[in-house]
Design a protein around this ligand. Structure first.
Ligand code: IMP
Ligand code: MG
Length: 171
């Protein structure tokens, strides 16, 4: 098995998630929120973040996939699982594991905008800024990371390593 290098350990992740939760509570005061968890990668992040927030948090799920090779985003995005409830007039935050080229979030944003939420923001645990191909405004970012293929805390390599409590990369 390949050795895993830890990039962001569990304690650091949890501390940053708490900071993001506090920032979100500050921004939305006591308003109800809708978190849209983008499956599967952001499931751990969504759960941890939601648990640290005092507001009512309604959970919705979407799944999208990009065509092409596993580790390379092709820019073509396909919707695999749609929302089950209306987001019209709601304060919505999209929760994503990582922003890489930006194609996935751009697609999701455009898809959600026309459903007329009251507000629509993006929150991503990780940002690989140097890989960006299309511009997306990410309102809440956990960590900016270097251009490495990372795994753990929801992120996978061929469906493996999602349940690691830290973010790492393979040798
Ligand atoms: P984008 O469309 O290029 O921004 O890609 C975003 C999606 O690609 C993420 O939601 C992940 O599922 C996947 N992805 C991008 N970089 C990584 C990585 O380093 N490790 C695991 N998955 C990644
Ligand atoms: Mg993902």
């Amino acid at each position: 098995m390949a050795a895993i290098n830890i990039l962001i350990d569990e304690e650091k992740i949890q501390k940053r998630v708490e900071e993001l939760a506090n920032q979100i509570m500050e921004d939305y005061k006591g308003d109800d929120l809708v978190f849209i968890c983008i499956l599967k990668g952001s499931i751990f992040f969504t759960v941890d973040l939601a648990k640290k927030i005092d507001n009512n948090v309604h959970l919705e799920f979407m799944k999208v996939s990009s065509y092409g090779e596993n580790t390379v985003s092709s820019g073509q995005v396909e919707l695999e699982l749609d929302l089950k409830s209306s987001i019209e007039g709601k304060d919505v935050i999209v929760i994503e594991d990582i922003v890489d080229t930006g194609h996935t979030l751009k697609y999701i944003l455009e898809y959600l905008k026309v459903r007329n939420p009251k507000t629509l923001k993006l929150c991503a645990l990780l940002d690989k800024k140097e890989r960006r191909e299309v511009e997306v405004k990410v309102d809440y970012v956990g960590f900016e990371i270097p251009n490495k293929f990372v795994i753990g805390y929801g992120l996978d390599a061929n469906e493996c390593y999602r349940n690691l409590p830290y973010v790492g990369y393979l040798e």
